[in-house]
Design a protein. Structure first.
Length: 90
């Protein structure tokens, strides 16, 4: 999934690095470029986050930045989906 995971696996399991390959998530970011013409009629912008809601996934950063973004850009709404021990912080 990531080079960091690969490196961690090699270190912990003492594997030969030439035998470990990173296979990235199969998401083509070019297919997720917003089309302003398709924005909702009310002009709201939706930011969708779907993740495990745990510290390791950076939820603490999300919790810290959402209020700032909403203050600076009142037309932005966040939709957060997932479960984890940081759910209550949201």
């Amino acid at each position: 999934v990531s080079h960091a995971c690969r490196d961690n696996l090699i270190l912990r399991a003492k594997l030969d690095p030439s035998r470990v390959t990173v296979i990235p998530n199969a998401v083509d970011p070019s297919k997720f470029t917003p089309d302003p013409a398709k924005r909702s009629a009310d002009g709201r912008i939706k930011v969708v986050v779907v993740s495990r809601l745990v510290y390791r996934k950076g939820v603490d950063l999300l919790v810290g930045i959402i209020p700032k973004i909403c203050r600076l850009f009142p037309e932005v709404d966040f939709i957060v989906g997932g479960d984890g021990n940081k759910l209550l912080n949201l």
